[in-house]
Write a protein that binds this ligand. Structure first.
Ligand SMILES: C[S@@+](CC[C@H](N)C(=O)[O-])C[C@H]1O[C@@H](n2cnc3c(N)ncnc32)[C@H](O)[C@@H]1O
Length: 227
């Protein structure tokens, strides 16, 4: 991201995200492949192993999770950036996989209530302008009992690392809307999901979450295990 990505006058947060990611699209795969090795290793497999049925991937980017979904899953992806989506389309074609890929905003999902068995979001709630609204939308489109699967980088449990992340995001939030100390778990709990599994890795900078939309709205409870 460059300083050219700084918000322009009158630009909405979503328009800025679209512009930033359109610009980053050609180099994204190369950049993220490095972080997949050193920070997120195994994360995409973890998501794919838990996804089933009608799967919606929110902010699918260049489609790097596509190779990991079960062959019988019906995958839909939405993404704000047309340039990222074009790479995802090519990846789906290369994999010989039929995927419904659409431009769309995570904060206003263009799907009816209870349309999906699984919703996946990877490495994106750190940059989606209003993550609480996006998580609310993910819950709305899930069937009761449906799975929410998240992977993201978050603020470290190690104070020196957290401090470095905090300083870094003073630049990246302004430049590209990228947060390093956000944490999705409290938002998932506040939205009324039941947390089935969480894993926190790499000095606490990576979190994987598997949560379930309760069968009835009052059935949600806070887990004892989430830290
Ligand atoms: C770091 S990339 C992650 C891409 C992909 N999920 C992955 O795992 O590689 C973040 C993505 O979030 C997308 N994004 C940001 N805000 C969005 C929004 N409001 N709705 C949909 N996509 C959004 C960006 O366009 C970008 O493709």
């Amino acid at each position: 991201m460059t300083s050219a990505a700084t918000r322009r006058a009158g630009e909405t947060p979503a328009a800025r995200q679209k512009r930033v990611w359109d610009k980053s699209a050609p180099s994204y795969d190369k950049q993220i492949a490095f972080f997949e090795k050193i920070q997120f290793g195994g994360g995409r497999e973890w998501l794919g192993e838990r996804a089933h049925g009608r799967v919606l991937e929110v902010a699918i980017g260049t489609g790097r999770n596509l190779p990991h979904y079960p062959a019988d899953a019906a995958v839909t992806g939405i993404e704000l950036s047309p340039a990222m989506l074009a790479i995802a389309r090519q990846r789906a074609a290369d994999l010989g996989r039929e995927v419904d890929l659409q431009e769309g905003d995570a904060e206003h999902l263009p799907f009816g209530d209870a349309s999906f068995d699984t919703v996946v979001c990877a490495l994106s709630l750190c940059t989606i302008p209003d993550p609480a609204t996006a998580i609310g939308e993910m819950k709305r489109v899930l069937v009761p009992g449906g799975r929410l699967l998240l992977l993201d980088h978050i603020g470290s449990t190690w104070p020196p690392v957290y401090a470095a992340q905090w300083f870094l995001e003073r630049i990246t939030i302004r430049a590209a809307g990228e947060h390093f100390t956000r944490r999705q778990l409290p938002l998932v709990q506040a939205a009324g999901f039941q947390v089935a599994e969480t894993e926190r890795l790499k000095a606490g900078t990576v979190e994987r979450i598997h949560a379930v939309k309760p069968a009835s709205p009052t059935a949600a409870r806070r887990p004892d295990t989430a830290s």
